[in-house]
Design a protein around this ligand. Structure first.
Ligand SMILES: C[S@@+](CC[C@H](N)C(=O)[O-])C[C@H]1O[C@@H](n2cnc3c(N)ncnc32)[C@H](O)[C@@H]1O
Length: 355
């Protein structure tokens, strides 16, 4: 075990790309650290000079870690050992304070790839929720890119800002969060045809169709993440009907982890079997119509009766948390998460000060 040489905060000026100072070098006060016990259970703490981490297995002094290397084993006062590592982006997202459900890392990775998010891109995102997807998008656009995120709940915006600043250790220069409904706000902020990519994660993305069509540049990519087949079907049909996009494509990503133990090498028995679907389409040039794909001619067209029987086509359908069986997050819970995310952001920003 290596112990710390100093329990003091070491504020200095970060060099290099945004957030890089949070990811390497000796552990510093204000940074998040993941401690894994002998049962493989991870816990995340934020290092503070003089801080203590109390569990039923004893007390670990933060000063043992401040200034130490990642990858060490550290023992608490009762002799229980922990493996010490900085949380990776995947770990950070799963341990950060949440209001809304986050996009899981397997899906964020796919979104960055399918939406072709590139350094310097101008990207629009809605809603922001807890900011998990925002972090991946900001990493992909880099400091020369722009991410404009739209969120209708003020308490969620606060949680997301805290989480993003805690991750990067400072505000990201390319990020702005706008409060309000995306379909209205985006038209006041983005010039027509000026956006390279749009990424939506919300219950009723078709409500934003006209706005997306207006702001997205010809050839621009629109990716929507939805949790239910009814949402997927309605969005695909509305995108087709709008005639402004290429044929929508959809997929889901299943991630199966493996058990690796001697001769017992096999898939794990349990997995997260469902998170959501990704649907993508590209904006056509103005006054153009989609190419009529031959394969679609063979597709049988649903009768009016069939269409009416499908719940997604019910004009009376209410697309809210209750009918889609997703969690409704109370204001109280969101305020608690916001206070926590602001706290870890303030601690992270003390690690370094950019001049
Ligand atoms: C599931 S959450 C997003 C989670 C986020 N992608 C993450 O990874 O943390 C969906 C969010 O969309 C917001 N929302 C829904 N419809 C919206 C709209 N039309 N405009 C702006 N925000 C919207 C909700 O308030 C909610 O915070």
């Amino acid at each position: 075990m290596t112990s710390s040489t100093s329990g003091e905060s070491q504020a200095s000026t970060p060099t290099g790309p945004i957030g890089a100072h949070m990811r390497s070098g000796p552990l510093r006060a204000g940074q998040r650290v993941q401690l894994t016990d002998r049962k493989g259970r991870p816990s995340t703490i934020t290092l503070q000079p003089g801080g203590e981490w109390h569990t039923h297995q004893g007390v670990l002094r933060h000063d043992l870690l401040i200034g130490a290397s990642e990858g060490i084993l550290v023992a608490n006062d009762a002799g229980h050992e922990y493996q010490v590592l900085r949380p990776l982006l995947n770990d950070f997202v799963l341990s950060m304070p949440r209001g809304a459900t986050v996009v899981y890392p397997k899906d964020s990775a796919q979104i960055v790839q399918v939406a072709d998010i590139f350094p310097g891109a101008r990207v629009v995102e809605a809603g922001v929720g807890s900011g998990a997807l925002s972090i991946s998008l900001l990493r992909a656009v880099g400091e020369s890119g722009v991410l404009h995120s739209y969120e209708r709940r003020a308490d969620f915006k606060e949680i997301a800002v805290g989480n993003v600043e805690a991750f990067f250790g400072e505000p990201h220069p390319g990020w702005e969060v706008y409060l309000g409904d995306m379909q209205e706000e985006v038209l006041t902020v983005e010039a027509p045809g000026s956006v390279d990519r749009v990424v939506l994660d919300m219950l009723a993305p078709w409500e934003c169709l006209d706005a997306v069509k207006t702001v997205l540049a010809p050839g621009g990519v629109w990716v929507s993440y939805v949790a239910s087949v009814t949402q997927l079907s309605r969005l695909a049909e509305e995108i087709r009907a709008s005639q402004g996009f290429t044929e929508p494509e959809a997929h889901e990503t299943m991630l199966r982890t493996w058990h690796l133990d001697g001769l017992a090498v096999r898939p794990d028995h349990r997995m997260v079997a469902h998170t959501g679907f990704l649907l993508s389409a590209r904006r056509l040039a103005d006054d153009q119509t989609p190419l009529q794909l031959k394969k679609r001619e063979k597709v049988s067209v649903a009768s009016e009766e069939d269409r009416a029987a499908w719940p997604a086509n019910d004009p009376e359908a209410v697309w809210d948390e209750a009918s889609l069986k997703t969690r409704t997050v109370s204001g109280k819970k969101a305020r608690k998460a916001a206070a926590y995310s602001q706290k870890i952001a303030a601690q992270a920003k003390e690690v370094f000060t950019r001049e």
